[in-house]
Design a protein around this ligand. Sequence first.
Ligand SMILES: NC(=O)c1ccc[n+]([C@@H]2O[C@H](COP(=O)([O-])OP(=O)(O)OC[C@H]3O[C@@H](n4cnc5c(N)ncnc54)[C@H](O)[C@@H]3O)[C@@H](O)[C@H]2O)c1
Length: 445
Amino acid sequence: MKLGTGVAASGLAAKVTILEPMRLGAGPRPVPPSDTIRFAILGTGIEGCSLLTSSLPIPGVECVAAADLYDSRHIAAREALNGKDIETTREYGRLIDRKDIDAIICATPDHWHRRIVEEACQAGKDVYCEKPMSHTVEDGAAMVAAVGKYHRICEVGSQRVSSILYAKAKEIWDSGKLGMVDTIQAAWDRNTDFGAFQQPIPPDASPRTIDWDTWLDGAPPRPFDPDRFFRWRRFKDYGAGLAGDLFVHLLSGIHFVTGTNQPAERAYASGDIFYYKDGREYPDLLWTLYDYPKFKVVLRCNSNNASEGEFFRFYGKNGTMVIDGNSLTYRAEASSHQMDSYTIYGWPRNLREQYEAEWNKEHPLPQVGAFKVEDETEVFTLPPGYSDHTQHLANFFHAMRTRQHVVEDEVFGNHAALGCHLANQSYFNRTVAVWDAAAQQIKNT
Ligand SMILES: NC(=O)c1ccc[n+]([C@@H]2O[C@H](COP(=O)([O-])OP(=O)(O)OC[C@H]3O[C@@H](n4cnc5c(N)ncnc54)[C@H](O)[C@@H]3O)[C@@H](O)[C@H]2O)c1
């Protein structure tokens, strides 16, 4: 760890630590060619291409094939791999059937996740599945069952769970330094059209270049619609709106830091379509208040104001921890046990003086040199160029070699996704959504 000094929000000099990246442990280096993990990727759109590029620095792994229903994405996949000549196809099943492939990365829209994970597990492949793991509550349960039944390794793709910044946040949480924490607040706000799911549509998009009917899968049939194909997050048939896209990252980060591996017990969501009245079904502003057994969580995604960006705040009796972009700040709270110099103004002077004298007797000033600095502030930052995406993928490949479950396995991923489904169910039904663990269902109150 590299140390330095900086100025914290309190105005005092704070200790700034640049965190050291972990080794990308896909296997012992150098990995012999016979021991290389060979993977195929299904879906090479925005996230698929990003994953391909992120996989390049990991030793002992290689992408050998890619499937996508839109032909231009075959070219994009090869480009993301610096021009590597891999098999590309529209037929994902061909790649799941290939015996020389060890793992499948699923980076398709959410409505395809269950089918791909089930088929890949059945074919004996380990699976990296993008977030949110499930499109519905039922899909999540079926995916957990499939991974268990075929004894596969599964990692879900909220990469913050593998970030060294979140590992440091977890260390601080586990140390108990924050004291009792009653509230965790997190937000991911944006103010761009593409951030609000109005991505540009490439000029060559057509029924000739895109296999639209296969893309629909079980969703209601409709004529070719590039608006739905590229901007699917806005529609219930394929995605889960702001909750599925962004809440899931926030919930995964919170679950990881706090060591929570269960969905929230209840959720109340509120929001609306304030600006993007483009036919979307999901809101462009979403707030949700979640009940967990030991704390409350408040999440917000606003597509119409980015002034606060993305942050997590953990509010403790003894300290506050804030994750803001690439940095983590811990700031001690002033002690809550202080002499009251406010409410005693309603007392006569002699009673005030008596109270102050007794307080001072019970709380003697520390000896010279034994003062504790109450306003302790520590800052941790990521080193330049650090990629939690690469680390997350490396953790998956390492788990494949060791057969040890990753932190963000199918159970963890399912719990985070359930939080998204709770929020959406509450929003659409204008009610509190309750997780019924015994029935494995969401109920309305
Ligand atoms: N972890 C992250 O930070 C992150 C970021 C963005 C997206 N995602 C997730 O990644 C997934 C994909 O999102 P995206 O933004 O890349 O979407 P996208 O629309 O840009 O790309 C998805 C691609 O999947 C292809 N596809 C769909 N069904 C297919 C099938 N049966 N076989 C082969 N290809 C198929 C489509 O043709 C499309 O090109 C989503 O689950 C999303 O939530 C994760």
